[in-house]
Ligand binder design. Structure first.
Ligand SMILES: [Zn+2]
Length: 249
């Protein structure tokens, strides 16, 4: 009996691109007109004939929504006054205490425009709630998977839970799943234990490993069929040729 390796589709040690697009913004405590301008150009629809193509969000859209968002208006006050209390008084109607909590943790990174109509976390615009799903759709255009979607978002905007929301959106999207490179390698699957040739006249065994595609064959002589004797030989073959996606016998 033979042991057959199929080593045609192995992918490993792929460089991670997980961290592309991060903006570390130590200096991002002021309004950068270039960043603001860049946001206006976010993902203009490439294909106007495509159905339901989301339209770009303009800076005016953000300003209007920021002024009308009770939580963000409360945030501007908190940033200016240092008073972060959310009490159920009339003026706080619609303020989301959980979201205020998230902002509080990042208070040193948040800046507010003079007109109270724009908030930044570092160099990223804090999106008012009504525009968030729209921004996710924009970044998701083209179905390029999670890494690129998050990158697009990171370049321009932020809101509490943005990464988790992007992740759950992509997770539900079949085209994105297809576009996302497999991160984890298929585990080495062994259907049965390898079989060995009958003992040789001197009492040894032959471990025969054949690549299914090329028919390249490796033979190792074993003095026993025990795991202890087999595994080092097997390791030797795999370290020479790579780890197969499938092992048949
Ligand atoms: Zn998608």
């Amino acid at each position: 009996m033979n042991l057959t390796l199929n080593s045609t589709k192995c992918e490993y040690n792929k460089p991670s691109i997980e961290f592309y697009g991060y903006i570390f913004s130590n200096d991002g405590v002021s309004l950068d007109p270039k960043k603001v301008e860049a946001f206006q150009q976010i993902s203009a629809p490439q294909n106007p004939t495509e159905h339901a193509t989301p339209k770009a969000i303009s800076l005016d859209d953000i300003k209007t929504a920021t002024v009308n968002d009770p939580t963000l208006q409360h945030l501007t006050k908190a940033i200016r006054t240092g008073n972060w209390t959310v009490t159920p008084i009339q003026g706080n109607i619609g303020v989301d205490p959980q979201e205020m909590n998230a902002y509080f943790k990042l208070r040193n990174e948040i800046t507010v425009s003079i007109e109270n109509d724009l908030l930044l976390k570092g160099t990223r615009i804090i999106l008012p709630a009504p525009l968030r799903s729209h921004a996710l759709s924009l970044a998701h255009e083209g179905h390029q998977g999670l890494v690129k979607t998050k990158r697009l978002l990171r370049e321009k905007v932020w809101f509490p839970g943005i990464d988790a929301q992007a992740k759950s959106m992509i997770k539900k999207c079949v085209p994105c799943q297809a576009a996302t490179p497999t991160k984890h390698h298929e585990p080495l699957q062994m259907t049965k234990l390898p079989d060995f040739c009958e003992p040789l006249p001197i009492g040894d065994y032959l471990l025969v490993v054949i690549n299914e595609d090329s028919r390249y064959t490796e033979v190792e002589i074993l003095n026993s069929t025990s795991t202890k004797a087999t595994m080092p030989k097997f390791h030797k073959i795999l370290s020479t040729h790579g780890i197969p996606i499938e092992i048949k016998n």
